[in-house]
Design a protein around this ligand. Structure first.
Ligand code: GDP
Length: 300
């Protein structure tokens, strides 16, 4: 966790420092407030949350009169925590139900990091003492099943796969059946993320979910979103959120961007909490999202 905290601090510090510097100026005139707004928008906070934040900060600064550096930091911290939803329930539902394993469905556009996140999540669950089966239901991308197999071998999880171009729902079904047979705790199903048509996607993910529900309950639908794709990625994510009941977001590649503000906008847009963040390509580079830690690292 310490290492992750350091990694986060490195990528996000420009945002936090920029805001602190601006807010610490002797005179906070309209130009400075514009700059603060610009900093937030550049960090992908989104226009509406930025406006709300700047308005609240302006009011509170006015009430304070003179400001010490500690007060400025405190103000910014509180406001960021409010916007990040410090009280949101970010519990990952991965507790098995008696004889039946918990099922996590991993969805999202190709290239966002679905397979990697599936592998990292398996690693973390296994580290906590769980037995895990992985379902390679991304049959669209040729190398996806091999990639998942590599992760499975690496972290010690069995991988259920089917023929290339096979039916994702039938692989998901087989993975859950295998999970029940082997009495595992969690089955994680990696799905295909081709954005063909909305109805096509809805049919495919709907079928995967329905088929799993013949044997078990889908406890989590994790939408994987690449933090570096900004508003464009968000548009695509919205389509997924419309076709399937997303329960949490895994925001990947946060190590590669200073635009951590996307956490605020994505939660607001999709109405779903960010539960996990990806901070690199390695097996341990996944962390539960913690708003307090995030803001503390942001503000140094
Ligand atoms: P998928 O098509 O959605 O399954 O995406 P992949 O899991 O194949 O990931 C696409 C690329 O993103 C790979 O090169 C991964 O190593 C990389 N990747 C995934 N998550 C992260 C992350 O959190 N940080 C970084 N830097 N790279 C990541």
């Amino acid at each position: 966790m310490v290492r992750l905290r350091a990694r986060l601090a490195r990528s996000q510090s420009t945002l936090g420092k920029g805001l602190l510097d601006l807010l610490s100026r002797d005179r906070l005139d309209d130009d400075t407030w514009d700059e603060i707004e610009e900093t937030l928008i550049t960090a992908d906070v989104g226009v509406a949350p930025t406006r709300a934040m700047v308005e609240e900060l302006r009011t509170r600064v006015k009430v304070l009169g003179s400001r010490s550096p500690e007060e400025v930091r405190g103000l910014l911290k509180e406001e960021l925590l409010t916007q990040l939803g410090v009280d949101l329930d970010r519990t990952l539902h991965v507790k098995p139900h008696g004889e039946r394993p918990a099922v996590v469905l991993v969805v999202g556009v190709n290239g966002t990091g679905k397979t990697t996140t599936t592998g990292k999540l398996a690693r973390s669950l296994i580290g906590d003492g769980n037995k895990v089966v992985l379902g390679a239901a991304d049959t669209f991308r040729a190398a996806a099943a091999d990639q998942l197999q590599t992760w499975g071998d690496r972290v010690g999880a069995e991988v259920v796969r089917g023929p290339e171009g096979g039916d994702p729902a039938s692989i998901a079904f087989d993975a859950v059946a295998k999970g029940i047979e082997d009495k595992v705790d969690v089955v994680i199903v990696d799905t295909a993320g081709r954005l063909h048509t909305k109805t096509g996607l809805m049919d495919e993910l709907g079928k995967v979910k329905r088929v799993i529900e013949k044997k078990a309950t889908v406890d989590e639908v994790l939408l994987v979103l690449d933090a570096t794709t900004g508003q464009n990625g968000m548009r695509q994510a919205r389509v997924f959120a419309e076709v399937v009941d997303v329960t949490g977001i895994a925001l990947t590649k946060l190590d590669g961007t200073a635009k951590g503000g996307i956490i605020i906008s994505v939660q607001r847009e999709l109405g779903v909490p960010v539960k996990l963040v990806g901070l690199g390509e390695g097996p341990d580079d996944l962390a539960p999202f913690d708003a307090e830690v995030f803001v503390d690292t942001l503000l140094g």
